[in-house]
Every structure is written in structure tokens, then in C-alpha cells.
Design a protein around this ligand. Sequence first.
Ligand code: KIV
Length: 281
Amino acid sequence: MSATSKKMGRVSVPSLRMRKGGEPIVCLTAYTTPMAQRLDEHCDLLLVGDSLGMVVYGMESTLAVTVDMMVNHGKAVMRGSKNACVVVDLPFGSYQESKEQAFRTASHILSETGCAAVKLEGGAEMADTIAFLTARGVPVMAHIGLMPQQVNTMGGFKSQGRDDDAALKIIADAKTVAKAGAFSVVVEGTVEAVARRITETIDVPTIGIGASVACDGQVLVTEDILGLFSDFTPKFVKRYANLGDSVSEAVGQYADDVRTRKFPSDEHCFGIPKKGKLRAV
Ligand code: KIV
């Protein structure tokens, strides 16, 4: 978390909004209480991303993630954090139909979890919804570029904005969602020039994921950087630990100990009662 926000309660949406062009915003995904406890002191922002469908539940995409899943994981992350601003994703199908549907889902998630804001995917087509929500007390983080909920229309998890038309469309999307009231914009999977142009143009912070160092902040999936999710590793991920290997090694040792009766040893047992009938047994 930033030096300026240390020990002042949770990082708020307005304070994040004011970080535009300043100290980079540190964001990671979190889905559980123990992980949130570890991340909280280091992060300005914890994102309860719908990536949990793939990372925690083993789904092939984020499309089957439900509002109940987001609420449960949002509550868990709120319980495990006290400093970071917590943002929860609106899952696929829970907001695209109408701005009223989006408000119902967002207000439910906000009131059930106590999180500060919601994130939704989409560019210009979501502008009315973003304006509707922000005017009614729901802070919105927008998400443009590579949008995992559009995996079927995008033809896979592919980087976006590689030709002029596509690049201009993403830049236009960024301007539109910022104008509609988004307090920050996640820019995923696009070329540096696009991310740089967006960051220079809009007046709210950009949070990049696979969008270069030009952004106002960065987000990655925690399990990716820790080596806990290995189904596939996107090019933009930097791995800081190999906890998956550590887990395999530790569990292998436990299994050996159980099979060879090395565990439990005396130090892990409650011992022989000092008095009573069992003493004689
Ligand atoms: O679902 C998610 O975790 C996300 C981030 C990776 C940006 O949207």
C-alpha cells in the first residue's frame, strides 16, 4: 500500500482516483481470507476477480461464475483485509441485459460484501450502465481491451488492439467509460502504444494487465505470480515464486511420513493420561 495511505483505514475510491499520474497503484486478485491477509499490507487494491472461476474452480472460462460465488469470495476477502480497497467483479450475465439489472446485481454485491466498488467488462456499450450506477452510489471500475467474458466473440484469450482500427476502438472505449464516470479503468492485453495513449488521455487511473508499464497501476492474478496456477501462463505474467512446487514437495513428504508411520510422532500426540483408568492400558 502507498506511503500516503498507510494506517489511515481502507484505501478509498476517491483516494485511488486521485492517484492518477502519481505513485503506481498496486493491485492483485484475492479470493480467500488467508490470501487476503497476506496481500493486504502490500496492496492498494484487492480485486475479487471472476478469474476465480478458472483459478479456484477449474472452469475453462469465467462464463459460469455466479453472483453467489462472487458474494461469498467477496465476503471472505473483506474478512481478511483491513487496508486495501476491495473491488468485486460483476460476473457474466449479471449486468449486460440492462442498467437496472446491473444496479440490482451491483447493489446486492456491495451490501452483502461491504466492498467499495464493482468492476464490469465492456467499452462504449456499457457507458449508460456505468453512468447509471455511479449516479446511484455504485463506484465502477471499467475493464477494456482483452475482456475474458467475451472469449467466445473474441475467439480466445488473445491480445487486442494490434491494428489501427482495433487500437482506435480501445482508445475510444477508454475515453467513453471514463467520461461515463468509471473511477478507474483496467486495460488488459493490449500493445504499449495503446495503453500509453489511453493513460495520457483519460483523467482516471489505468490499471494494466498485459498492457505495459505505461499504466497508472498494475494488476495480476496472485496465483499466477506465485506459481499456484499452471494450466497456462500468459506472456505478461512474471512469476515471483513457485509455491505449486513447494506444495507438491511438502505433500509428498507428508504422504511418505504417513506411509512409513513417521507421522504422527510423540510430539504431535496428547500423550498418556497421568491418572485414571487409561493410565494402565
Ligand atoms: O477476473 C480478474 O481477475 C480480472 C483481472 C485479472 C483484471 O479481471
